[in-house]
Write a protein that binds this ligand. Structure first.
Ligand code: COA
Length: 180
């Protein structure tokens, strides 16, 4: 992989390129997220900052020059061993062929994640696709997965949003087992 971490993966619908985003991708990311309900929509400015400042921990997928997949994440300053996944989005026409799983896999393999032993994300109880994605990732990594309420409807969202459950996937146990 080059510095842009470009890689080509084969899918049932043809070849897909995975790579690190650049600022010029920000508006297309914003557009993709708008097409991927029920994701929260942020400002285009927010996605530009993600592509600019958080590119190392974000990944996108494109086919025939079109953006079809996106994962944003960051390594929290106070938790250098944790990759926090903000949003995962796969265009409707590209779903069900393992693209989200492959993007997450490629992201965790980057050098910036060398010290990462845990993936965290938050999911609302109703988001079956998201639960399925992260449970499958944990299963295939032979890693433990747990969850607990984190950003709560009443205490944090003033009733305006369903409770987001903090999901933790402990990769360390898997790494220790592999080394044993
Ligand atoms: C969630 C999302 C990113 C999954 O993308 P994808 O590329 O289709 O996911 P994958 O093909 O890698 O599937 C991973 C697993 O999740 C399962 N899955 C995917 N969509 C599902 C759904 N709607 N309901 C139940 N399971 C689902 C798949 O079957 C697969 O498990 P399996 O191989 O054991 O069958 C995509 O559906 C999406 O963009 N949804 C809208 C936005 C969203 O909710 N994002 C997640 C919150 S951050």
């Amino acid at each position: 992989m080059s510095e842009e971490f470009r890689m080509i993966i084969e899918t049932p619908k043809g070849a897909v390129r995975l790579r690190k985003p650049k600022v010029e991708d920000g508006s297309n990311v914003w557009d993709l997220i708008g097409r991927c309900k029920p994701l929260d929509e942020n400002s285009m400015y927010f996605n530009l900052v993600q592509c600019d400042h958080f590119a190392e921990t974000c990944i996108l997928a494109e086919q025939d020059g079109e953006l079809i997949g996106w994962i944003s994440g960051h390594i929290p300053p106070e938790k250098p061993d944790t990759l926090f996944v903000w949003q995962v989005a796969v265009d409707g026409r590209a779903r069900g062929m393992g693209l989200a799983h492959k993007m997450l896999d490629a992201l965790i393999q980057r050098p910036v994640c060398d010290a990462v032993v845990r993936i965290e994300t938050t999911i609302t109880k109703e988001n079956d696709a998201s639960w399925a994605l992260f449970r499958k990732f944990a299963r295939e990594s032979d890693a433990e997965i747990s969850d607990e309420p984190h950003f709560e409807r009443g205490a944090h969202f003033d009733g305006a949003h369903d409770t987001e459950h903090l999901v933790s996937i402990e990769l360390e146990a898997e790494a220790e087992r592999s080394a044993a």
